[in-house]
Design a protein around this ligand. Structure first.
Ligand SMILES: *Cc1c(COP(=O)(O)O)cnc(C)c1O
Length: 325
Protein backbone atom coordinates (compact mmCIF):
# COMPACT_ATOMS: atom_id res chain seq x y z
CA UNK A 1 0.00 0.00 0.00
CA UNK A 2 2.78 2.45 0.90
CA UNK A 3 4.66 1.49 -2.27
CA UNK A 4 1.90 2.58 -4.68
CA UNK A 5 2.94 6.19 -5.19
CA UNK A 6 3.92 8.56 -7.98
CA UNK A 7 7.38 10.06 -7.45
CA UNK A 8 7.18 13.83 -7.12
CA UNK A 9 9.78 14.87 -4.55
CA UNK A 10 13.26 14.34 -3.13
CA UNK A 11 13.22 12.06 -0.11
CA UNK A 12 14.37 11.60 2.59
CA UNK A 13 14.33 15.27 3.55
CA UNK A 14 17.30 16.20 5.76
CA UNK A 15 17.26 16.42 9.55
CA UNK A 16 19.42 19.29 10.81
CA UNK A 17 20.65 20.09 14.30
CA UNK A 18 19.84 23.72 15.17
CA UNK A 19 23.03 24.41 17.08
CA UNK A 20 22.72 28.16 17.53
CA UNK A 21 19.09 28.04 18.55
CA UNK A 22 19.71 25.21 21.02
CA UNK A 23 22.20 27.47 22.81
CA UNK A 24 19.38 29.94 23.45
CA UNK A 25 17.24 27.17 25.02
CA UNK A 26 19.88 25.20 26.96
CA UNK A 27 17.33 22.75 28.40
CA UNK A 28 16.57 21.43 24.93
CA UNK A 29 18.35 20.12 21.85
CA UNK A 30 16.48 21.28 18.79
CA UNK A 31 16.37 19.62 15.37
CA UNK A 32 14.45 20.46 12.22
CA UNK A 33 13.14 18.20 9.44
CA UNK A 34 13.30 20.01 6.12
CA UNK A 35 10.09 19.21 4.25
CA UNK A 36 10.40 22.75 2.90
CA UNK A 37 12.98 21.04 0.68
CA UNK A 38 10.81 18.31 -0.86
CA UNK A 39 11.68 19.82 -4.23
CA UNK A 40 8.25 20.17 -5.86
CA UNK A 41 7.92 23.77 -7.13
CA UNK A 42 9.51 25.16 -3.95
CA UNK A 43 8.62 22.27 -1.70
CA UNK A 44 6.34 21.65 1.27
CA UNK A 45 4.50 18.91 3.11
CA UNK A 46 1.76 18.46 0.47
CA UNK A 47 4.29 16.78 -1.83
CA UNK A 48 4.15 13.68 0.38
CA UNK A 49 0.36 13.51 0.18
CA UNK A 50 0.29 14.20 -3.56
CA UNK A 51 2.54 11.22 -4.33
CA UNK A 52 -0.34 8.98 -3.19
CA UNK A 53 -3.20 11.15 -4.45
CA UNK A 54 -1.83 11.56 -7.98
CA UNK A 55 -1.13 7.82 -8.21
CA UNK A 56 -4.74 7.11 -7.22
CA UNK A 57 -6.05 9.58 -9.81
CA UNK A 58 -3.98 7.87 -12.51
CA UNK A 59 -5.03 4.40 -11.31
CA UNK A 60 -8.67 5.50 -11.68
CA UNK A 61 -8.05 6.75 -15.21
CA UNK A 62 -8.75 10.41 -14.42
CA UNK A 63 -7.50 13.24 -16.64
CA UNK A 64 -8.28 16.19 -14.36
CA UNK A 65 -7.77 17.14 -10.72
CA UNK A 66 -9.98 19.52 -8.75
CA UNK A 67 -8.94 20.85 -5.38
CA UNK A 68 -9.47 23.92 -3.22
CA UNK A 69 -7.86 26.24 -0.71
CA UNK A 70 -7.04 29.82 0.18
CA UNK A 71 -5.41 32.09 -2.40
CA UNK A 72 -2.07 31.53 -0.71
CA UNK A 73 -2.60 27.76 -0.53
CA UNK A 74 0.65 25.80 -0.62
CA UNK A 75 -1.41 22.69 -1.23
CA UNK A 76 -2.90 24.17 -4.41
CA UNK A 77 0.49 25.34 -5.68
CA UNK A 78 2.04 21.90 -5.17
CA UNK A 79 -1.01 20.22 -6.71
CA UNK A 80 -0.61 22.41 -9.80
CA UNK A 81 3.03 21.36 -10.08
CA UNK A 82 2.19 17.67 -9.57
CA UNK A 83 -0.43 17.88 -12.33
CA UNK A 84 2.15 19.36 -14.71
CA UNK A 85 4.46 16.42 -14.06
CA UNK A 86 1.73 13.79 -14.37
CA UNK A 87 0.07 15.37 -17.43
CA UNK A 88 -3.24 16.08 -15.67
CA UNK A 89 -5.42 19.19 -15.97
CA UNK A 90 -5.48 21.13 -12.69
CA UNK A 91 -8.54 23.08 -11.49
CA UNK A 92 -8.12 25.18 -8.34
CA UNK A 93 -11.03 26.70 -6.42
CA UNK A 94 -9.58 29.50 -4.31
CA UNK A 95 -11.30 31.62 -1.66
CA UNK A 96 -11.85 35.36 -2.05
CA UNK A 97 -12.20 37.52 -5.13
CA UNK A 98 -9.69 37.80 -7.94
CA UNK A 99 -6.99 40.27 -6.85
CA UNK A 100 -5.63 42.89 -9.21
CA UNK A 101 -2.14 41.54 -8.78
CA UNK A 102 -1.15 37.90 -8.37
CA UNK A 103 1.61 37.20 -5.84
CA UNK A 104 3.08 34.38 -3.71
CA UNK A 105 1.46 30.99 -4.20
CA UNK A 106 -1.33 32.36 -6.37
CA UNK A 107 1.19 33.65 -8.89
CA UNK A 108 3.04 30.32 -8.85
CA UNK A 109 -0.15 28.27 -9.30
CA UNK A 110 -1.02 30.34 -12.33
CA UNK A 111 2.51 30.00 -13.76
CA UNK A 112 2.22 26.24 -13.27
CA UNK A 113 -0.78 26.23 -15.60
CA UNK A 114 -3.70 25.64 -13.23
CA UNK A 115 -7.17 26.87 -14.16
CA UNK A 116 -8.17 29.12 -11.26
CA UNK A 117 -11.69 29.91 -9.99
CA UNK A 118 -12.36 32.46 -7.24
CA UNK A 119 -15.02 31.25 -4.83
CA UNK A 120 -15.63 34.15 -2.43
CA UNK A 121 -16.43 33.08 1.13
CA UNK A 122 -15.74 29.41 0.38
CA UNK A 123 -12.12 28.38 0.71
CA UNK A 124 -12.46 24.73 1.70
CA UNK A 125 -13.94 23.25 -1.47
CA UNK A 126 -17.64 23.79 -0.73
CA UNK A 127 -18.37 24.23 -4.47
CA UNK A 128 -16.24 21.41 -5.86
CA UNK A 129 -19.23 19.21 -6.78
CA UNK A 130 -20.65 21.97 -9.02
CA UNK A 131 -17.43 22.25 -11.00
CA UNK A 132 -17.07 18.47 -11.14
CA UNK A 133 -20.55 18.10 -12.70
CA UNK A 134 -19.78 20.79 -15.23
CA UNK A 135 -16.43 19.29 -16.28
CA UNK A 136 -17.80 15.77 -16.46
CA UNK A 137 -20.58 16.93 -18.78
CA UNK A 138 -17.78 17.97 -21.13
CA UNK A 139 -16.27 14.50 -20.92
CA UNK A 140 -13.55 14.97 -18.29
CA UNK A 141 -12.94 12.33 -15.66
CA UNK A 142 -12.23 14.28 -12.48
CA UNK A 143 -10.39 13.24 -9.34
CA UNK A 144 -11.31 15.40 -6.37
CA UNK A 145 -8.60 16.09 -3.82
CA UNK A 146 -10.21 17.38 -0.62
CA UNK A 147 -9.14 20.57 1.11
CA UNK A 148 -5.47 20.29 2.07
CA UNK A 149 -5.18 16.83 0.48
CA UNK A 150 -6.43 15.44 3.78
CA UNK A 151 -8.02 12.12 2.92
CA UNK A 152 -6.72 8.74 4.03
CA UNK A 153 -4.93 8.47 0.66
CA UNK A 154 -3.12 11.77 1.25
CA UNK A 155 -2.36 10.85 4.86
CA UNK A 156 -0.43 7.78 3.62
CA UNK A 157 2.31 10.26 2.71
CA UNK A 158 2.84 10.89 6.40
CA UNK A 159 2.53 7.26 7.40
CA UNK A 160 5.43 6.72 5.03
CA UNK A 161 7.18 9.79 6.43
CA UNK A 162 7.34 8.10 9.85
CA UNK A 163 9.06 5.14 8.22
CA UNK A 164 11.52 7.57 6.64
CA UNK A 165 12.09 9.33 9.97
CA UNK A 166 12.63 6.08 11.85
CA UNK A 167 15.30 5.00 9.37
CA UNK A 168 17.04 8.37 9.67
CA UNK A 169 17.00 8.28 13.48
CA UNK A 170 18.48 4.78 13.48
CA UNK A 171 21.18 5.75 10.98
CA UNK A 172 22.07 8.92 12.86
CA UNK A 173 21.83 7.26 16.27
CA UNK A 174 19.40 9.92 17.37
CA UNK A 175 16.43 9.88 19.75
CA UNK A 176 13.61 12.39 19.40
CA UNK A 177 11.18 13.00 22.28
CA UNK A 178 8.77 15.51 20.75
CA UNK A 179 7.70 16.51 17.24
CA UNK A 180 6.23 20.01 16.83
CA UNK A 181 4.36 20.86 13.62
CA UNK A 182 1.60 23.03 12.17
CA UNK A 183 -1.71 21.16 11.94
CA UNK A 184 -4.40 22.64 9.76
CA UNK A 185 -6.42 20.34 7.49
CA UNK A 186 -5.39 17.29 9.52
CA UNK A 187 -3.88 14.91 6.98
CA UNK A 188 -0.36 15.30 8.29
CA UNK A 189 -1.40 14.73 11.89
CA UNK A 190 -3.55 11.73 10.97
CA UNK A 191 -0.71 10.21 8.95
CA UNK A 192 1.88 10.78 11.68
CA UNK A 193 -0.47 9.31 14.29
CA UNK A 194 -0.97 6.18 12.20
CA UNK A 195 2.71 5.96 11.29
CA UNK A 196 3.92 6.13 14.90
CA UNK A 197 1.54 3.27 15.72
CA UNK A 198 2.40 1.17 12.65
CA UNK A 199 6.17 1.56 12.90
CA UNK A 200 6.30 1.57 16.71
CA UNK A 201 8.12 4.85 17.11
CA UNK A 202 7.85 6.28 20.61
CA UNK A 203 7.62 10.05 20.06
CA UNK A 204 5.11 12.54 21.40
CA UNK A 205 3.35 14.70 18.80
CA UNK A 206 2.82 18.35 19.69
CA UNK A 207 0.56 19.69 16.91
CA UNK A 208 0.01 23.45 16.88
CA UNK A 209 -3.46 24.32 15.59
CA UNK A 210 -3.42 26.97 12.85
CA UNK A 211 -7.05 27.46 11.73
CA UNK A 212 -9.81 27.80 14.31
CA UNK A 213 -12.57 27.54 11.66
CA UNK A 214 -14.47 24.27 11.28
CA UNK A 215 -14.47 22.18 8.09
CA UNK A 216 -18.00 21.26 6.87
CA UNK A 217 -19.26 21.55 10.43
CA UNK A 218 -16.60 19.26 11.86
CA UNK A 219 -13.89 20.18 14.36
CA UNK A 220 -10.34 19.42 13.28
CA UNK A 221 -10.16 16.69 15.94
CA UNK A 222 -13.16 14.99 14.32
CA UNK A 223 -11.66 15.30 10.82
CA UNK A 224 -8.40 13.75 12.06
CA UNK A 225 -10.14 10.97 13.98
CA UNK A 226 -12.16 10.01 10.87
CA UNK A 227 -9.00 9.66 8.81
CA UNK A 228 -7.19 7.77 11.59
CA UNK A 229 -10.10 5.32 11.96
CA UNK A 230 -10.14 4.64 8.21
CA UNK A 231 -6.39 4.08 8.42
CA UNK A 232 -6.46 1.63 11.32
CA UNK A 233 -8.95 -0.50 9.35
CA UNK A 234 -6.99 -0.66 6.12
CA UNK A 235 -3.64 -1.10 7.87
CA UNK A 236 -4.86 -3.69 10.35
CA UNK A 237 -3.83 -1.59 13.36
CA UNK A 238 -5.35 -3.08 16.52
CA UNK A 239 -5.45 0.03 18.69
CA UNK A 240 -8.82 1.81 18.70
CA UNK A 241 -8.56 5.60 18.63
CA UNK A 242 -11.03 7.95 20.29
CA UNK A 243 -11.51 11.70 20.10
CA UNK A 244 -9.49 12.13 23.31
CA UNK A 245 -6.46 10.53 21.57
CA UNK A 246 -6.32 13.44 19.11
CA UNK A 247 -4.58 16.41 20.74
CA UNK A 248 -4.32 19.91 19.31
CA UNK A 249 -2.72 22.95 20.94
CA UNK A 250 -5.12 25.80 20.28
CA UNK A 251 -3.40 28.58 22.19
CA UNK A 252 -1.87 30.21 19.12
CA UNK A 253 -4.75 30.35 16.60
CA UNK A 254 -6.65 33.28 18.12
CA UNK A 255 -5.85 35.85 15.41
CA UNK A 256 -7.55 33.61 12.83
CA UNK A 257 -6.34 31.77 9.75
CA UNK A 258 -3.86 33.68 7.60
CA UNK A 259 -3.63 36.66 9.98
CA UNK A 260 -0.01 37.45 10.76
CA UNK A 261 0.73 38.98 14.17
CA UNK A 262 3.93 40.06 15.91
CA UNK A 263 4.16 36.48 17.28
CA UNK A 264 4.61 34.89 13.86
CA UNK A 265 6.93 37.69 12.79
CA UNK A 266 9.12 37.26 15.87
CA UNK A 267 9.37 33.50 15.38
CA UNK A 268 10.26 33.90 11.69
CA UNK A 269 12.96 36.43 12.58
CA UNK A 270 14.40 34.28 15.37
CA UNK A 271 14.96 31.22 13.17
CA UNK A 272 16.12 33.32 10.22
CA UNK A 273 18.66 35.24 12.28
CA UNK A 274 19.96 32.31 14.32
CA UNK A 275 20.02 29.60 11.65
CA UNK A 276 19.43 31.18 8.23
CA UNK A 277 16.24 29.16 7.72
CA UNK A 278 13.04 30.80 6.49
CA UNK A 279 9.58 29.94 7.81
CA UNK A 280 6.23 30.95 6.33
CA UNK A 281 3.80 33.44 7.91
CA UNK A 282 0.62 31.29 7.97
CA UNK A 283 1.70 27.83 9.19
CA UNK A 284 5.29 27.30 10.24
CA UNK A 285 5.71 30.82 11.66
CA UNK A 286 2.76 30.23 13.96
CA UNK A 287 3.80 26.68 14.87
CA UNK A 288 7.39 27.75 15.54
CA UNK A 289 6.14 30.54 17.78
CA UNK A 290 4.13 27.91 19.65
CA UNK A 291 7.18 25.69 20.03
CA UNK A 292 9.36 28.52 21.36
CA UNK A 293 6.61 29.35 23.85
CA UNK A 294 6.58 25.71 24.99
CA UNK A 295 10.36 25.79 25.43
CA UNK A 296 10.37 29.15 27.25
CA UNK A 297 7.64 27.98 29.63
CA UNK A 298 9.25 24.54 29.99
CA UNK A 299 5.90 22.97 29.09
CA UNK A 300 7.78 19.86 27.95
CA UNK A 301 10.39 17.80 29.79
CA UNK A 302 13.77 19.53 30.15
CA UNK A 303 16.82 17.71 28.69
CA UNK A 304 14.78 16.39 25.81
CA UNK A 305 15.32 16.33 22.06
CA UNK A 306 12.82 18.32 20.07
CA UNK A 307 12.13 18.09 16.33
CA UNK A 308 10.38 20.89 14.46
CA UNK A 309 8.86 19.53 11.24
CA UNK A 310 9.27 22.34 8.69
CA UNK A 311 6.30 21.94 6.35
CA UNK A 312 7.24 24.63 3.81
CA UNK A 313 5.18 27.61 2.66
CA UNK A 314 7.91 30.09 1.77
CA UNK A 315 6.11 31.63 -1.27
CA UNK A 316 3.39 33.08 0.99
CA UNK A 317 5.99 35.38 2.60
CA UNK A 318 5.85 37.55 -0.51
CA UNK A 319 2.15 38.07 -0.08
CA UNK A 320 2.56 39.28 3.53
CA UNK A 321 5.34 41.79 2.90
CA UNK A 322 3.60 44.58 4.83
CA UNK A 323 3.13 42.45 7.96
CA UNK A 324 6.73 41.22 7.94
CA UNK A 325 8.89 44.19 7.04
C1 LIG B 1 -0.87 22.41 4.62
C2 LIG B 1 0.23 22.91 5.45
C3 LIG B 1 0.36 22.52 6.79
C4 LIG B 1 -0.66 21.67 7.52
O1 LIG B 1 -0.76 20.36 7.08
P1 LIG B 1 -2.19 19.65 7.20
O2 LIG B 1 -1.99 18.28 6.73
O3 LIG B 1 -3.10 20.46 6.31
O4 LIG B 1 -2.65 19.73 8.60
C5 LIG B 1 1.43 22.99 7.51
N1 LIG B 1 2.34 23.80 6.94
C6 LIG B 1 2.26 24.20 5.66
C7 LIG B 1 3.30 25.13 5.14
C8 LIG B 1 1.20 23.77 4.87
O5 LIG B 1 1.12 24.18 3.60
Amino acid sequence: MLENKYKLGFFPTPIQHLKNLSEVYPDYTIFIKRDDNTGLASGGNKTRKLEYLIQKALDEGCNAIITAGAQQSNHCRQTAAACSIAGLACHLMLGGNEPEQYDGNLLLSSLLGATIYFTGENRKGEDIHLLKNKLEKKGDKCFVIPYGGSSITGALGFVNAVKELKTQLTEQNLLIDYIFFASSSGGMQAGLTLGLELFKLDVELVPINIDKAETYGLSLEEVILNIVQKGTKIMGIKREFELSDITLNKEYDKAGYGVVTSNEKRAIQELARKEGILLDPVYTGRAFYGMLHFLNEKKIRPNSNVLFWHTGGLPAIFSYANDLK
